[in-house]
Design a binder for this molecule. Structure first.
Ligand code: KG4
Ligand code: ZN
Length: 334
């Protein structure tokens, strides 16, 4: 691994992130300005508002990152920016800002895939991750099982056909009046409740496939709630949150372990915002331990969106990709 200092920039959704990472592993500074308080009153991310907040915040976030690191911009070797997938207006802020910086400093620019960035939160923190491996990426926008043969060599084995796991958490949290973002809110409520008091389905789809679907579970949860209310019963939100969380996690764990067995790998990674979920971390650990798989997941702060994972990813992509031209664009899809 080279020893370059990489400045990462992340603005794909509602977090404005700038970070400095050396050699792909050493975080010199990692600043994230969250917009949660702004979007909370709308119950979800409002794209236009996110873009405007990124514009207002990004310069300040860069300034704070440089100050915390004690480095000057002239000590940065490479600029790395998320340019896909995400909210287009939000991505364009980061990409424009990165291009301006790269041009002004005369430094190379690398374009990074946000999902690949999530995977590299693991390489940032853990030593001894061996290929080939299977990674479950679970966030607000994506639920994918990825097979990775080596750095930069990956294949999507399956993804969600409808809602992402995090999206399901967010929507059900809103429905139950638990607030935004939904994942942490449901996890908190679930801790006060018990699984199995209510019964919700586990959506495995084809038993030996690697695709996910969470919209049926979402409907089943809402129907159960409405049925209980109609029959005049009090609904215990904590028990319902616990069962909902269990239904999501059971499917994620079973499919990930099946994918690891199918490919004969010995390493499993978790990545993305939903990887912060304690029940998912515990159940995946148990499942992997049972059949001798090595499991890695990032610390909670590096599961959700941040720019350190983007800079770390760029350290491994350096040499695989040519630097991006100044015509670099942003793309909402993969
Ligand atoms: O990776 P991320 O920060 O942004 C995207 O790329 O989407 O993930 C955000 C998602 C949200 O849907 C949020 O509800 C979910 O991650 N999340 C969680 C937890 N913390 C965040 N879901 C379940 N349990 C958590 N503890
Ligand atoms: Zn993300």
């Amino acid at each position: 691994m080279n020893d370059m200092v990489i400045l990462g920039i992340e603005t794909s959704c509602d977090d404005t992130g700038v970070a400095l990472v050396q050699g792909g592993r050493r975080i010199l500074a990692n600043v994230v300005q969250s917009q949660v308080a702004v979007h909370r009153e709308f119950g979800g991310v409002v794209p236009e508002v996110a873009s405007r907040k990124h514009i207002a915040n990004i310069g300040v976030v860069l300034e704070e990152c440089m100050e915390r690191s004690g480095l000057g911009l002239n000590e940065v070797d490479v600029i790395a920016v998320t340019n896909r997938p995400g909210l287009i207006g939000a991505l364009l802020v980061g990409v424009s800002f990165a291009k301006g910086l790269a041009y002004a400093l005369g430094k190379p620019l690398l374009a990074i895939n946000h999902l690949e960035g999530h995977i590299y939160a693991n390489f940032l923190e853990h030593e001894g991750i061996e290929f080939p491996l299977v990674c479950l990426i679970v966030s607000g926008g994506h639920t994918s099982l990825v097979y990775m043969r080596n750095h930069g060599v990956m294949e999507v084995m399956g993804q969600t056909r409808d809602d992402a796991a995090g999206e399901a958490f967010d929507k059900i949290s809103r429905f139950l009046g638990l607030g935004y973002p939904g994942g942490p809110a449901i996890e908190k409520a679930a801790r006060l409740g018990r699984e199995g008091v209510y019964q919700l389905p586990r959506a495995y789809l084809e038993k030996d496939g690697f695709e996910f679907s969470f919209s049926g579970l979402k409907t089943a949860t809402m129907n159960l709630w409405n049925r209980l209310k109609k029959s005049g019963q009090e609904v215990d939100v904590n028990h319902l949150a616990a069962e909902f969380q269990a239904a999501v996690v059971d499917v994620l764990v079973e499919k990930t372990i099946a994918a690891a067995r199918h490919r004969g790998v010995r390493t499993v990674l978790l990545a993305g915002g939903v990887a912060a979920n304690t029940r998912l971390r515990e159940r995946m650990s148990e499942g992997c331990r049972e059949i001798g798989l090595n499991l890695f997941y990032p610390s909670i702060a590096l599961c959700t969106d941040n720019a350190a994972m983007i800079a770390a990813c760029a350290a491994y992509r350096w040499g695989l990709d040519s630097p991006a031209p100044l015509q670099l664009n942003a793309y909402p899809g993969l």
